[in-house]
Write a protein that binds this ligand. Structure first.
Ligand code: FES
Length: 97
């Protein structure tokens, strides 16, 4: 099972492939905003992919347009609710604000 490591706490959780990063973070007991409940409509679940970026699901149009509206996004930015874990371990960082 892939392992998701969540920074800055360093907490880890084993998840099944196909689990969204939002589910992984919440199941790990971390706090993450998710105002639209995972519909790619709010951008509040913005996270940064530190490792394993290529193993997760690709960015679809809805996520891309939501990311375009956010301030402070970079090449590692993803919406946790839209990003599904693949077969490899990933490390993410929660983005505050
Ligand atoms: S929870 Fe709203 S975009 Fe992810």
């Amino acid at each position: 099972m892939p392992v998701v490591t969540i920074k800055p706490s360093g907490k880890t959780i084993d998840v099944a492939s196909g689990t969204t990063l939002l589910e992984a973070v919440m199941n790990a007991g971390e706090v993450i905003a998710h105002k639209c409940e995972g519909k790619a409509e709010c951008g509040s679940c913005h996270i940064s992919m530190l490792e394993g970026r290529k193993s997760v699901s690709r960015i679809a149009a809805a996520e891309n347009s939501q990311l375009d509206r956010l301030i402070g996004i970079g090449s590692k930015s993803r919406l946790a609710c839209q990003t599904k874990v693949g077969d490899e371990d990933v490390t993410i960082e929660l983005v505050v604000g």
